[in-house]
Ligand binder design. Structure first.
Ligand code: SAM
Length: 425
């Protein structure tokens, strides 16, 4: 005979009732409804980012077997706005390669004075959005608003959050480790304020893969967007001859095996009350399993990562030992100008170059001379390959003399002219 199910009594019963009442509120107000989200992306990546947003709902439907859709996709300055449920937006954080972070927009109101601001902040059900005892960092920006002093605005908001999130001791707030910091963004324009929570925490270009990084690493978001523009497929041999910490090679290895860029990292939303831990873990496992079948495909073409710096190559070897998806990468210490490209079939070759820039090189201190030489080398040995060469300016782009198109990008405070296309066409 089975033991009788114990019945909660006294104060314990009250706690259980309160817990389930709270969970029901979270479900009704947060999980079951669509909300507005915003994928922040670097300048020049709007098109790639918009396409990625549109690809999230089919993936979510496949993984969660639901009919959750992404709607109202809008390209806005600085990123892409869209509407969906929290569960799908959480998945978007893991799937998207070009976004810097995802924000959840959750309140909007008019306030032309501190009293109105405080009333509106008090009206938000903070405990449904943020975990207890977590005081978020508050970032305020305002334009053309009567309330314009960022510090004064955040000083009014902070005690309300402190109170509402039962923060007994401010030193206990959780903004310490990677992936779990919480940030509240307050944006005011023409006296209308918009509140957003940063879902991602650590920026999404930090994939949680590299332990050691060489000098001047490329942002993963840019590498992802460039490889996407080149249409990297799993039939392509990828060559990254000035690889540094190997951003192109690592992104390429994941893309070719359909491994989502954020699969190895954590996110700020993982501590939110509305986060559905089990279904997110299920999604992570399914995506990893699916990638596993690609990784085991025989005859996947090689990824060749080369650099003059032995230290960079040592770091990359260490990174590649972290997961078997990266074991296809062959890091070699050598000069690009000595490289003999691996043989390719049917023009299925992609070469990506991120030469040193922003520093003076030899060649009579003229960086254009290096770009000219790169152009010669590519024409001589990489005819028919699809290529992207990151150039710090128009002069260097022209020095390549490859007749390629440009993909405008912004990185490290510079407007870049990335040359992109097929060599010798
Ligand atoms: C801007 S960094 C590349 C950064 C890299 N994309 C990353 O994400 O870390 C330029 C790299 O080119 C390498 N390099 C410079 N001249 C080279 C050459 N002739 N052959 C191979 N590598 C070279 C440098 O050692 C440096 O690591």
């Amino acid at each position: 005979m089975q033991d009788p199910v114990p019945v909660a009594a006294g104060p314990f019963k009250t706690i259980l009732q309160n817990t389930s009442a709270f969970e029901k509120r979270v479900k009704r107000r947060i999980s079951a409804r669509p909300h507005v989200f915003f994928a922040v992306c670097p300048p020049g990546l709007g098109g790639v980012c918009e396409h990625e947003v549109s690809q999230v709902s089919p993936k979510a439907q496949e993984i969660f077997s639901n009919h959750d859709k992404i709607s109202d996709i809008k390209v806005l300055p600085g990123g892409i706005e869209f509407k969906t449920r929290l569960k799908t937006a959480c998945l978007a954080n893991m799937l998207m390669g070009s976004a810097t972070r995802l924000l959840m927009r959750f309140a909007s109101f008019k306030a032309d004075g501190f009293r109105r601001l405080e009333e509106q902040i008090k009206a938000v059900d903070w405990e449904l959005y943020l975990p207890a005892e977590t005081l978020p960092d508050i970032r305020v920006t305002t334009r053309k608003s009567r309330l314009y002093h960022s510090k004064a605005i955040s000083d009014r908001i902070s005690p309300i959050l402190h109170d509402r999130l039962s923060l007994k001791d401010a030193s206990r707030h959780h903004n310490t480790g990677p992936g779990i910091s919480q940030t509240l963004m307050v944006r005011g324009e023409n006296d209308r304020f918009e509140l957003s929570l940063d879902m991602s925490g650590t920026p999404l270009y930090k994939r949680g893969i590299k332990e050691k990084v060489a000098k001047a690493p490329l942002r993963e978001t840019l590498a992802f967007a460039i490889l996407t523009r080149l249409g990297l497929s799993k039939k392509d041999t990828l060559v990254d001859p000035m690889c540094g910490s190997g951003t192109f090679s690592l992104e390429g290895a994941m893309m070719q095996c359909a491994l989502p860029p954020g699969v190895f990292r954590s996110f700020a939303f993982e501590t939110w009350p509305g986060f559905e831990k089990k279904s997110f873990a299920h999604a992570r496992h399914r995506l990893m399993d699916a990638a596993g079948t690609h990784i085991n495909t025989p005859n996947l073409p090689p990824i060749l990562a080369q650099d003059l710096s032995q230290t960079a190559i040592d770091h990359l070897k260490q990174t590649c030992s972290g997961h078997r998806v990266f074991q296809r990468i062959t890091p070699v210490c050598d000069d690009f100008f000595n490289m003999t490209p691996p043989p390719i079939k049917d023009s299925q070759g992609v070469v990506v170059l991120n030469p040193p820039y922003g520093i003076r090189l030899d060649k009579k201190n003229d960086i254009s001379a290096l770009y000219k030489e790169i152009g010669h080398k590519l024409i001589a040995d990489f005819k028919g390959w699809r290529a992207a060469i990151i150039s710090p300016g128009k002069k260097e782009f022209q020095a390549l003399n490859l007749g390629l198109s440009t993909m405008p990008l912004f990185h490290g405070g510079l407007d870049l002219y990335t040359a992109i296309g097929r060599i010798g066409k």
